[in-house]
Design a protein around this ligand. Structure first.
Ligand code: SIN
Length: 539
Protein backbone atom coordinates (compact mmCIF):
# COMPACT_ATOMS: atom_id res chain seq x y z
CA UNK A 1 0.00 0.00 0.00
CA UNK A 2 1.25 3.45 -0.85
CA UNK A 3 1.04 6.12 1.85
CA UNK A 4 0.40 9.62 0.51
CA UNK A 5 1.65 12.39 2.71
CA UNK A 6 1.68 15.31 0.31
CA UNK A 7 -1.10 17.44 -1.12
CA UNK A 8 -3.20 15.55 -3.56
CA UNK A 9 -5.57 16.52 -6.31
CA UNK A 10 -6.03 13.31 -8.10
CA UNK A 11 -8.37 10.70 -9.36
CA UNK A 12 -8.87 7.21 -8.05
CA UNK A 13 -11.31 4.51 -8.99
CA UNK A 14 -12.74 4.12 -5.52
CA UNK A 15 -12.76 6.40 -2.49
CA UNK A 16 -13.32 5.12 1.03
CA UNK A 17 -13.88 7.51 3.91
CA UNK A 18 -13.01 5.76 7.18
CA UNK A 19 -10.46 3.18 8.26
CA UNK A 20 -12.56 0.93 10.48
CA UNK A 21 -13.68 -2.61 9.79
CA UNK A 22 -16.23 -1.70 7.07
CA UNK A 23 -13.85 0.51 5.10
CA UNK A 24 -10.97 -1.95 5.31
CA UNK A 25 -13.05 -4.92 4.26
CA UNK A 26 -14.30 -2.93 1.28
CA UNK A 27 -10.74 -1.92 0.36
CA UNK A 28 -9.68 -5.57 0.23
CA UNK A 29 -12.51 -6.37 -2.19
CA UNK A 30 -11.93 -3.30 -4.38
CA UNK A 31 -8.14 -3.48 -4.67
CA UNK A 32 -8.03 -6.06 -7.50
CA UNK A 33 -10.31 -3.82 -9.61
CA UNK A 34 -8.66 -0.40 -9.45
CA UNK A 35 -6.93 2.32 -7.44
CA UNK A 36 -8.39 2.75 -3.99
CA UNK A 37 -7.91 5.71 -1.67
CA UNK A 38 -8.73 5.41 2.05
CA UNK A 39 -9.12 8.71 3.89
CA UNK A 40 -8.95 8.48 7.68
CA UNK A 41 -9.64 11.36 10.04
CA UNK A 42 -6.91 10.59 12.57
CA UNK A 43 -4.21 7.94 12.77
CA UNK A 44 -5.08 4.90 10.70
CA UNK A 45 -5.92 2.76 13.72
CA UNK A 46 -8.15 5.33 15.45
CA UNK A 47 -11.74 4.31 14.76
CA UNK A 48 -14.75 2.99 16.64
CA UNK A 49 -13.64 -0.50 15.56
CA UNK A 50 -10.55 -0.26 17.76
CA UNK A 51 -12.69 0.47 20.81
CA UNK A 52 -14.98 -2.54 20.48
CA UNK A 53 -14.33 -4.69 23.51
CA UNK A 54 -16.95 -7.42 23.67
CA UNK A 55 -16.34 -9.12 20.34
CA UNK A 56 -17.94 -10.19 17.11
CA UNK A 57 -21.06 -12.34 17.06
CA UNK A 58 -21.28 -15.23 14.59
CA UNK A 59 -23.34 -18.41 14.64
CA UNK A 60 -20.47 -20.89 14.68
CA UNK A 61 -21.17 -22.81 17.90
CA UNK A 62 -22.55 -26.37 17.83
CA UNK A 63 -25.71 -25.25 19.63
CA UNK A 64 -26.17 -22.26 17.30
CA UNK A 65 -27.56 -21.51 13.85
CA UNK A 66 -28.08 -18.54 11.57
CA UNK A 67 -31.80 -18.84 12.29
CA UNK A 68 -31.22 -18.55 16.06
CA UNK A 69 -28.84 -15.62 15.64
CA UNK A 70 -31.39 -13.97 13.36
CA UNK A 71 -34.20 -14.49 15.86
CA UNK A 72 -32.13 -12.90 18.67
CA UNK A 73 -31.22 -9.97 16.40
CA UNK A 74 -34.88 -9.42 15.48
CA UNK A 75 -36.03 -9.63 19.10
CA UNK A 76 -33.45 -7.08 20.22
CA UNK A 77 -34.48 -4.81 17.33
CA UNK A 78 -37.94 -4.41 18.89
CA UNK A 79 -40.05 -5.07 15.82
CA UNK A 80 -38.17 -2.85 13.38
CA UNK A 81 -35.37 -4.96 11.91
CA UNK A 82 -35.19 -5.28 8.14
CA UNK A 83 -35.56 -9.05 7.77
CA UNK A 84 -33.63 -9.27 4.51
CA UNK A 85 -30.68 -7.41 6.04
CA UNK A 86 -30.76 -9.64 9.12
CA UNK A 87 -30.70 -12.75 6.94
CA UNK A 88 -27.68 -11.44 5.04
CA UNK A 89 -25.88 -10.61 8.30
CA UNK A 90 -26.38 -13.90 10.09
CA UNK A 91 -26.03 -16.18 7.05
CA UNK A 92 -22.95 -14.55 5.53
CA UNK A 93 -21.33 -13.54 8.82
CA UNK A 94 -19.60 -16.83 9.70
CA UNK A 95 -17.67 -17.01 6.40
CA UNK A 96 -16.29 -13.48 6.83
CA UNK A 97 -15.31 -14.26 10.42
CA UNK A 98 -13.51 -17.36 9.16
CA UNK A 99 -11.67 -15.12 6.70
CA UNK A 100 -10.56 -12.88 9.60
CA UNK A 101 -8.96 -15.91 11.23
CA UNK A 102 -7.20 -16.70 7.96
CA UNK A 103 -5.82 -13.13 7.99
CA UNK A 104 -4.36 -13.77 11.42
CA UNK A 105 -6.90 -12.40 13.90
CA UNK A 106 -6.08 -14.06 17.22
CA UNK A 107 -9.39 -14.85 18.84
CA UNK A 108 -9.31 -16.53 22.27
CA UNK A 109 -9.43 -20.32 21.95
CA UNK A 110 -10.72 -23.24 23.98
CA UNK A 111 -8.39 -26.10 24.96
CA UNK A 112 -9.41 -27.93 21.75
CA UNK A 113 -8.42 -24.82 19.67
CA UNK A 114 -11.99 -23.95 18.69
CA UNK A 115 -12.80 -20.24 19.19
CA UNK A 116 -13.96 -19.48 22.76
CA UNK A 117 -17.45 -18.01 22.61
CA UNK A 118 -18.70 -15.38 25.06
CA UNK A 119 -22.23 -14.53 26.15
CA UNK A 120 -23.79 -11.07 26.07
CA UNK A 121 -27.25 -9.70 26.75
CA UNK A 122 -30.17 -10.92 24.63
CA UNK A 123 -28.13 -13.72 22.97
CA UNK A 124 -29.77 -17.08 23.62
CA UNK A 125 -26.45 -18.97 23.30
CA UNK A 126 -22.73 -18.20 23.53
CA UNK A 127 -21.70 -16.81 20.13
CA UNK A 128 -19.32 -13.89 20.67
CA UNK A 129 -15.77 -14.46 19.38
CA UNK A 130 -13.36 -12.27 21.29
CA UNK A 131 -9.70 -11.42 21.75
CA UNK A 132 -9.53 -10.76 25.47
CA UNK A 133 -11.42 -7.52 25.99
CA UNK A 134 -9.80 -5.73 23.04
CA UNK A 135 -11.40 -7.52 20.09
CA UNK A 136 -11.77 -4.51 17.84
CA UNK A 137 -8.13 -3.55 18.29
CA UNK A 138 -7.01 -7.05 17.34
CA UNK A 139 -9.26 -7.13 14.26
CA UNK A 140 -8.06 -3.67 13.20
CA UNK A 141 -4.43 -4.75 13.61
CA UNK A 142 -4.83 -7.82 11.42
CA UNK A 143 -6.90 -6.02 8.77
CA UNK A 144 -4.46 -3.12 8.43
CA UNK A 145 -1.62 -5.65 8.21
CA UNK A 146 -3.45 -7.26 5.31
CA UNK A 147 -4.40 -3.97 3.61
CA UNK A 148 -0.84 -2.59 3.63
CA UNK A 149 0.21 -5.45 1.36
CA UNK A 150 -2.19 -4.23 -1.36
CA UNK A 151 -0.36 -2.06 -3.89
CA UNK A 152 -3.58 -0.59 -5.29
CA UNK A 153 -4.55 0.95 -1.94
CA UNK A 154 -3.33 4.37 -0.79
CA UNK A 155 -4.19 6.09 2.46
CA UNK A 156 -4.23 9.67 3.61
CA UNK A 157 -4.42 9.97 7.38
CA UNK A 158 -5.56 13.07 9.27
CA UNK A 159 -7.86 13.95 6.39
CA UNK A 160 -11.08 15.65 7.42
CA UNK A 161 -13.63 15.09 4.67
CA UNK A 162 -15.89 18.15 4.69
CA UNK A 163 -18.28 17.54 1.81
CA UNK A 164 -19.00 15.44 -1.23
CA UNK A 165 -18.67 16.50 -4.86
CA UNK A 166 -22.09 16.12 -6.45
CA UNK A 167 -22.43 16.67 -10.18
CA UNK A 168 -25.59 16.07 -12.18
CA UNK A 169 -27.15 14.28 -9.26
CA UNK A 170 -24.29 11.81 -8.74
CA UNK A 171 -21.47 11.73 -6.21
CA UNK A 172 -18.08 11.70 -7.91
CA UNK A 173 -15.58 12.65 -5.23
CA UNK A 174 -14.87 14.31 -1.91
CA UNK A 175 -13.31 17.51 -0.59
CA UNK A 176 -11.09 17.30 2.42
CA UNK A 177 -8.69 19.20 4.63
CA UNK A 178 -5.27 17.71 5.29
CA UNK A 179 -3.55 17.78 8.69
CA UNK A 180 -2.17 21.27 7.99
CA UNK A 181 -5.54 22.69 6.91
CA UNK A 182 -4.80 22.48 3.16
CA UNK A 183 -7.90 21.92 1.04
CA UNK A 184 -8.07 19.13 -1.57
CA UNK A 185 -10.45 17.53 -4.00
CA UNK A 186 -10.20 13.94 -5.03
CA UNK A 187 -12.37 12.08 -7.47
CA UNK A 188 -13.51 8.50 -7.84
CA UNK A 189 -16.23 6.65 -9.69
CA UNK A 190 -17.75 5.45 -6.41
CA UNK A 191 -17.48 6.80 -2.86
CA UNK A 192 -17.99 4.65 0.24
CA UNK A 193 -18.76 6.35 3.54
CA UNK A 194 -17.59 4.11 6.38
CA UNK A 195 -17.11 6.80 8.97
CA UNK A 196 -18.48 4.94 11.99
CA UNK A 197 -20.59 6.31 14.81
CA UNK A 198 -21.78 9.59 16.23
CA UNK A 199 -21.36 9.19 19.99
CA UNK A 200 -19.54 12.52 20.19
CA UNK A 201 -22.83 14.28 19.53
CA UNK A 202 -23.47 13.65 23.26
CA UNK A 203 -21.31 14.70 26.23
CA UNK A 204 -21.32 11.21 27.68
CA UNK A 205 -20.14 8.58 25.23
CA UNK A 206 -18.06 5.45 25.01
CA UNK A 207 -16.94 6.51 21.50
CA UNK A 208 -13.56 8.00 20.60
CA UNK A 209 -13.15 11.64 19.57
CA UNK A 210 -13.37 10.75 15.86
CA UNK A 211 -16.94 9.43 16.17
CA UNK A 212 -18.78 12.60 15.19
CA UNK A 213 -21.26 11.19 12.68
CA UNK A 214 -19.54 12.79 9.68
CA UNK A 215 -20.92 10.29 7.18
CA UNK A 216 -24.52 11.16 8.04
CA UNK A 217 -23.85 14.89 7.62
CA UNK A 218 -21.95 14.39 4.36
CA UNK A 219 -24.69 12.23 2.86
CA UNK A 220 -27.51 14.49 4.07
CA UNK A 221 -25.87 17.56 2.57
CA UNK A 222 -25.40 15.66 -0.71
CA UNK A 223 -29.17 15.03 -0.79
CA UNK A 224 -29.16 11.38 0.33
CA UNK A 225 -31.87 9.89 2.49
CA UNK A 226 -31.08 9.27 6.15
CA UNK A 227 -33.14 6.92 8.30
CA UNK A 228 -33.96 5.89 11.89
CA UNK A 229 -31.82 8.58 13.50
CA UNK A 230 -33.98 8.66 16.62
CA UNK A 231 -32.54 5.26 17.57
CA UNK A 232 -29.44 5.88 19.64
CA UNK A 233 -28.17 3.05 21.81
CA UNK A 234 -27.03 4.14 25.25
CA UNK A 235 -24.69 1.53 26.66
CA UNK A 236 -25.69 0.90 30.27
CA UNK A 237 -22.26 0.46 31.77
CA UNK A 238 -19.73 3.15 31.03
CA UNK A 239 -17.36 4.02 33.83
CA UNK A 240 -19.00 6.77 35.87
CA UNK A 241 -16.39 8.62 37.80
CA UNK A 242 -16.05 12.40 37.80
CA UNK A 243 -13.10 13.51 35.73
CA UNK A 244 -12.46 10.07 34.21
CA UNK A 245 -13.34 9.19 30.59
CA UNK A 246 -16.57 7.25 30.08
CA UNK A 247 -14.60 4.10 29.47
CA UNK A 248 -16.69 1.13 28.31
CA UNK A 249 -17.25 -1.58 30.92
CA UNK A 250 -18.07 -4.31 28.43
CA UNK A 251 -21.34 -6.17 28.58
CA UNK A 252 -19.17 -9.30 28.46
CA UNK A 253 -18.45 -8.60 32.16
CA UNK A 254 -22.10 -9.29 32.93
CA UNK A 255 -22.00 -12.18 30.47
CA UNK A 256 -19.33 -13.70 32.71
CA UNK A 257 -21.34 -13.09 35.89
CA UNK A 258 -20.81 -9.45 36.98
CA UNK A 259 -23.84 -7.98 38.76
CA UNK A 260 -25.32 -4.51 38.92
CA UNK A 261 -25.94 -3.32 42.49
CA UNK A 262 -27.38 -0.11 43.90
CA UNK A 263 -25.84 2.19 46.50
CA UNK A 264 -26.91 -0.23 49.25
CA UNK A 265 -25.18 -3.13 47.50
CA UNK A 266 -28.49 -4.71 46.49
CA UNK A 267 -28.76 -6.40 43.05
CA UNK A 268 -31.77 -4.70 41.43
CA UNK A 269 -32.11 -5.70 37.77
CA UNK A 270 -34.54 -8.55 38.51
CA UNK A 271 -37.03 -5.87 39.58
CA UNK A 272 -36.89 -4.31 36.10
CA UNK A 273 -36.74 -7.28 33.70
CA UNK A 274 -37.00 -11.05 33.82
CA UNK A 275 -33.55 -11.38 32.22
CA UNK A 276 -32.03 -9.42 35.10
CA UNK A 277 -28.49 -8.20 34.47
CA UNK A 278 -28.63 -9.53 30.92
CA UNK A 279 -31.79 -7.70 29.88
CA UNK A 280 -31.66 -5.70 26.60
CA UNK A 281 -29.32 -2.70 26.74
CA UNK A 282 -31.99 -0.02 26.57
CA UNK A 283 -33.84 -1.61 29.51
CA UNK A 284 -30.69 -1.86 31.63
CA UNK A 285 -29.63 1.71 30.78
CA UNK A 286 -32.95 3.18 31.89
CA UNK A 287 -33.09 0.94 34.96
CA UNK A 288 -29.71 2.21 36.10
CA UNK A 289 -30.87 5.82 35.88
CA UNK A 290 -34.15 5.09 37.67
CA UNK A 291 -32.42 3.08 40.40
CA UNK A 292 -29.83 5.82 40.94
CA UNK A 293 -32.66 8.35 41.28
CA UNK A 294 -34.68 6.19 43.67
CA UNK A 295 -31.89 5.00 45.93
CA UNK A 296 -30.48 7.72 45.65
CA UNK A 297 -26.87 7.11 44.85
CA UNK A 298 -24.56 5.68 42.24
CA UNK A 299 -24.95 2.26 40.67
CA UNK A 300 -22.05 -0.17 40.64
CA UNK A 301 -20.89 -3.21 38.75
CA UNK A 302 -19.47 -5.85 41.06
CA UNK A 303 -17.32 -8.87 40.20
CA UNK A 304 -16.23 -9.51 43.79
CA UNK A 305 -18.04 -12.89 43.88
CA UNK A 306 -16.07 -14.19 40.85
CA UNK A 307 -12.61 -15.77 40.68
CA UNK A 308 -10.24 -12.73 40.68
CA UNK A 309 -7.54 -14.47 38.62
CA UNK A 310 -10.03 -15.34 35.93
CA UNK A 311 -11.51 -11.82 35.91
CA UNK A 312 -8.09 -10.22 35.42
CA UNK A 313 -7.07 -12.73 32.75
CA UNK A 314 -10.28 -12.38 30.75
CA UNK A 315 -10.51 -8.57 31.00
CA UNK A 316 -6.95 -7.23 31.08
CA UNK A 317 -7.64 -3.91 29.35
CA UNK A 318 -10.58 -3.04 31.59
CA UNK A 319 -8.67 -4.15 34.70
CA UNK A 320 -5.75 -1.95 33.67
CA UNK A 321 -7.98 1.08 33.10
CA UNK A 322 -9.65 0.58 36.50
CA UNK A 323 -6.19 0.16 38.06
CA UNK A 324 -5.15 3.57 36.73
CA UNK A 325 -8.04 5.05 38.73
CA UNK A 326 -7.14 3.10 41.86
CA UNK A 327 -9.96 0.56 41.40
CA UNK A 328 -9.48 -3.21 41.48
CA UNK A 329 -11.87 -4.65 38.87
CA UNK A 330 -11.92 -8.03 40.62
CA UNK A 331 -12.73 -6.65 44.07
CA UNK A 332 -14.03 -3.08 44.10
CA UNK A 333 -17.51 -1.90 43.18
CA UNK A 334 -17.07 -0.03 39.88
CA UNK A 335 -19.34 3.02 39.43
CA UNK A 336 -21.20 2.79 36.11
CA UNK A 337 -23.89 4.60 34.16
CA UNK A 338 -25.22 4.95 30.61
CA UNK A 339 -23.40 6.70 27.79
CA UNK A 340 -24.15 7.12 24.08
CA UNK A 341 -22.66 4.12 22.34
CA UNK A 342 -24.12 3.28 18.94
CA UNK A 343 -26.35 4.87 16.30
CA UNK A 344 -28.81 2.38 14.81
CA UNK A 345 -29.89 4.95 12.22
CA UNK A 346 -27.75 6.45 9.51
CA UNK A 347 -27.55 6.78 5.74
CA UNK A 348 -30.44 4.85 4.25
CA UNK A 349 -28.97 1.98 2.23
CA UNK A 350 -30.08 -1.28 0.72
CA UNK A 351 -28.31 -4.55 1.56
CA UNK A 352 -25.64 -3.67 -1.04
CA UNK A 353 -24.67 -0.43 0.68
CA UNK A 354 -26.27 1.68 -2.05
CA UNK A 355 -27.58 5.04 -0.86
CA UNK A 356 -30.33 7.01 -2.56
CA UNK A 357 -27.73 9.04 -4.50
CA UNK A 358 -25.93 7.50 -7.45
CA UNK A 359 -22.25 6.86 -6.77
CA UNK A 360 -22.61 7.11 -2.99
CA UNK A 361 -22.36 4.00 -0.81
CA UNK A 362 -22.29 3.52 2.96
CA UNK A 363 -21.45 0.63 5.27
CA UNK A 364 -21.03 -0.03 8.97
CA UNK A 365 -22.37 2.19 11.71
CA UNK A 366 -22.86 5.23 9.49
CA UNK A 367 -25.25 3.27 7.27
CA UNK A 368 -28.78 2.19 8.04
CA UNK A 369 -29.74 -1.04 6.32
CA UNK A 370 -32.33 -1.50 9.06
CA UNK A 371 -30.46 -4.59 10.26
CA UNK A 372 -30.50 -3.46 13.92
CA UNK A 373 -34.05 -2.15 13.97
CA UNK A 374 -34.57 0.02 17.03
CA UNK A 375 -31.89 -1.58 19.18
CA UNK A 376 -28.70 -3.40 18.16
CA UNK A 377 -27.91 -6.83 19.55
CA UNK A 378 -24.54 -6.84 21.35
CA UNK A 379 -21.51 -7.61 19.18
CA UNK A 380 -23.43 -7.40 15.92
CA UNK A 381 -21.68 -4.15 14.96
CA UNK A 382 -18.27 -5.51 13.97
CA UNK A 383 -20.08 -8.23 12.03
CA UNK A 384 -22.19 -5.61 10.28
CA UNK A 385 -19.08 -3.68 9.22
CA UNK A 386 -17.47 -6.79 7.84
CA UNK A 387 -20.43 -8.19 5.93
CA UNK A 388 -21.86 -4.95 4.56
CA UNK A 389 -18.42 -3.48 3.87
CA UNK A 390 -17.73 -6.44 1.59
CA UNK A 391 -21.14 -6.22 -0.07
CA UNK A 392 -20.87 -2.47 -0.67
CA UNK A 393 -17.57 -3.11 -2.43
CA UNK A 394 -19.26 -5.70 -4.67
CA UNK A 395 -21.88 -3.12 -5.62
CA UNK A 396 -19.24 -0.41 -6.22
CA UNK A 397 -17.65 -2.64 -8.83
CA UNK A 398 -20.83 -2.54 -10.90
CA UNK A 399 -22.33 0.44 -12.73
CA UNK A 400 -23.27 3.02 -10.08
CA UNK A 401 -26.91 2.72 -9.17
CA UNK A 402 -28.99 4.40 -6.45
CA UNK A 403 -31.18 2.43 -4.06
CA UNK A 404 -34.95 2.71 -4.40
CA UNK A 405 -37.07 3.68 -1.38
CA UNK A 406 -38.21 0.46 0.28
CA UNK A 407 -41.90 0.07 1.15
CA UNK A 408 -41.24 -0.01 4.91
CA UNK A 409 -39.48 3.42 4.78
CA UNK A 410 -41.56 6.56 5.00
CA UNK A 411 -40.42 10.10 4.35
CA UNK A 412 -41.43 12.21 7.31
CA UNK A 413 -40.21 15.44 5.75
CA UNK A 414 -39.12 18.61 7.52
CA UNK A 415 -41.02 21.37 9.27
CA UNK A 416 -41.80 24.47 7.18
CA UNK A 417 -39.53 26.69 9.26
CA UNK A 418 -36.60 24.31 8.66
CA UNK A 419 -37.19 24.31 4.93
CA UNK A 420 -37.23 28.08 4.79
CA UNK A 421 -33.91 28.37 6.56
CA UNK A 422 -32.32 25.77 4.29
CA UNK A 423 -33.54 27.11 0.97
CA UNK A 424 -33.19 30.76 1.73
CA UNK A 425 -29.80 30.20 3.18
CA UNK A 426 -28.18 30.67 -0.20
CA UNK A 427 -30.01 33.87 -1.08
CA UNK A 428 -27.96 37.04 -0.81
CA UNK A 429 -31.04 38.98 0.29
CA UNK A 430 -31.82 36.54 3.07
CA UNK A 431 -32.14 38.18 6.44
CA UNK A 432 -29.21 36.80 8.34
CA UNK A 433 -30.32 34.78 11.39
CA UNK A 434 -28.93 35.82 14.77
CA UNK A 435 -25.40 34.65 15.49
CA UNK A 436 -25.16 31.18 16.95
CA UNK A 437 -23.67 30.80 20.39
CA UNK A 438 -23.99 27.06 20.37
CA UNK A 439 -20.47 25.73 20.74
CA UNK A 440 -19.61 22.12 20.07
CA UNK A 441 -19.63 21.43 23.80
CA UNK A 442 -22.96 23.27 23.99
CA UNK A 443 -24.42 20.96 21.33
CA UNK A 444 -23.24 17.92 23.25
CA UNK A 445 -24.65 19.12 26.55
CA UNK A 446 -27.97 20.01 24.97
CA UNK A 447 -28.18 16.59 23.29
CA UNK A 448 -27.38 14.74 26.51
CA UNK A 449 -29.88 16.78 28.51
CA UNK A 450 -32.79 16.98 26.06
CA UNK A 451 -32.30 14.20 23.48
CA UNK A 452 -30.87 11.50 25.76
CA UNK A 453 -32.33 8.42 27.41
CA UNK A 454 -35.63 9.96 28.50
CA UNK A 455 -37.28 12.17 25.91
CA UNK A 456 -40.40 14.37 25.95
CA UNK A 457 -41.97 16.63 23.37
CA UNK A 458 -41.20 19.68 25.47
CA UNK A 459 -37.50 18.89 25.87
CA UNK A 460 -37.12 17.90 22.21
CA UNK A 461 -38.82 21.06 20.99
CA UNK A 462 -36.54 23.14 23.18
CA UNK A 463 -33.48 21.37 21.76
CA UNK A 464 -34.69 21.67 18.17
CA UNK A 465 -35.39 25.39 18.52
CA UNK A 466 -31.77 25.95 19.53
CA UNK A 467 -30.35 23.56 16.96
CA UNK A 468 -32.48 24.99 14.15
CA UNK A 469 -31.40 28.51 14.82
CA UNK A 470 -27.75 27.51 15.04
CA UNK A 471 -28.10 25.47 11.84
CA UNK A 472 -29.69 28.34 9.93
CA UNK A 473 -26.82 30.58 10.92
CA UNK A 474 -24.09 28.06 10.17
CA UNK A 475 -25.64 26.96 6.86
CA UNK A 476 -25.62 30.52 5.66
CA UNK A 477 -22.04 31.00 6.75
CA UNK A 478 -20.97 27.82 4.95
CA UNK A 479 -22.83 28.80 1.77
CA UNK A 480 -21.21 32.20 1.77
CA UNK A 481 -17.84 30.55 2.37
CA UNK A 482 -17.50 32.82 5.41
CA UNK A 483 -16.15 29.89 7.35
CA UNK A 484 -14.21 27.57 5.12
CA UNK A 485 -11.67 26.19 7.56
CA UNK A 486 -11.66 22.64 8.86
CA UNK A 487 -12.96 23.63 12.25
CA UNK A 488 -16.02 25.33 10.80
CA UNK A 489 -16.86 22.15 8.91
CA UNK A 490 -16.33 20.05 12.04
CA UNK A 491 -18.81 22.25 13.85
CA UNK A 492 -21.31 22.34 11.00
CA UNK A 493 -21.32 18.61 10.45
CA UNK A 494 -21.71 17.82 14.18
CA UNK A 495 -24.56 20.33 14.41
CA UNK A 496 -26.21 18.74 11.37
CA UNK A 497 -26.15 15.28 12.89
CA UNK A 498 -27.40 16.51 16.27
CA UNK A 499 -30.27 18.34 14.63
CA UNK A 500 -31.26 15.32 12.54
CA UNK A 501 -31.29 13.06 15.62
CA UNK A 502 -33.38 15.54 17.60
CA UNK A 503 -35.88 16.01 14.77
CA UNK A 504 -36.27 12.28 14.30
CA UNK A 505 -36.79 11.84 18.05
CA UNK A 506 -39.53 14.45 18.09
CA UNK A 507 -41.23 12.85 15.11
CA UNK A 508 -41.59 9.35 16.57
CA UNK A 509 -44.45 9.46 19.06
CA UNK A 510 -43.93 6.05 20.64
CA UNK A 511 -41.21 4.22 22.59
CA UNK A 512 -39.25 1.45 20.94
CA UNK A 513 -35.75 0.10 21.50
CA UNK A 514 -33.27 2.90 22.14
CA UNK A 515 -35.90 5.62 21.64
CA UNK A 516 -37.87 6.26 24.84
CA UNK A 517 -40.54 8.95 25.02
CA UNK A 518 -41.85 9.60 28.52
CA UNK A 519 -44.96 11.12 26.93
CA UNK A 520 -45.50 8.06 24.70
CA UNK A 521 -44.09 5.21 26.80
CA UNK A 522 -45.60 2.31 24.79
CA UNK A 523 -44.60 0.78 21.48
CA UNK A 524 -47.23 1.59 18.86
CA UNK A 525 -47.02 -0.78 15.89
CA UNK A 526 -50.27 0.58 14.46
CA UNK A 527 -48.76 4.01 13.81
CA UNK A 528 -45.02 3.58 13.89
CA UNK A 529 -43.88 0.25 12.46
CA UNK A 530 -41.79 1.85 9.73
CA UNK A 531 -38.37 3.41 9.22
CA UNK A 532 -38.61 7.20 9.26
CA UNK A 533 -36.66 8.96 6.52
CA UNK A 534 -35.36 12.51 6.38
CA UNK A 535 -33.80 14.24 3.41
CA UNK A 536 -32.42 17.69 2.78
CA UNK A 537 -34.83 18.57 0.03
CA UNK A 538 -37.79 16.67 1.38
CA UNK A 539 -40.96 18.34 0.07
C1 SIN B 1 -19.52 -4.21 24.87
O1 SIN B 1 -18.46 -4.83 24.92
O2 SIN B 1 -20.31 -4.16 25.81
C2 SIN B 1 -19.87 -3.47 23.64
C3 SIN B 1 -19.95 -4.36 22.49
C4 SIN B 1 -21.02 -3.92 21.57
O3 SIN B 1 -21.41 -2.76 21.59
O4 SIN B 1 -21.53 -4.74 20.82
Amino acid sequence: MARLTTALTDSFDFLIVGGGIAGLRAAVALAPAGRVLILTKADATESNTGYAQGGIAAAIGRDDSAALHGADTMRAGDGLCDEAAVRVLVEEGPRYVQELMEWGVRFDRNADRTPALGLEAAHSVRRVLHAGDATGREIGRAMWKHVVTLQAVCTVNHALVSDLIVEEGAVGGVRYFDHAGGRHEVRGRAVLLATGGAGQVFTDTTNPAVATGDGVALAYHAGARVADLEFVQFHPTALNRTGAPRFLMSEALRGEGARLVNASGEPFMARYHRDGDLAPRDVVARAIVLEARATPGPVFLTLAHLDPGRVRARFPTIAEMCGQLGLDLAKDPIPVGPAAHYLMGGIDTDVWGRSSVTGLFAAGETACTGVHGANRLASNSLLEGLVFGARAADAMLLAPQAAALKPDRREVGVAAADRRSETEGSSASFHRPPASHLTRQGIRELMWRDVGLFRTRERLQRAIAELDSAYAFEALAMDAALASDADAWRHFNLLTVARLIARAALGREESRGGHFREDYPARDDGRWKFHAIDRRDAH
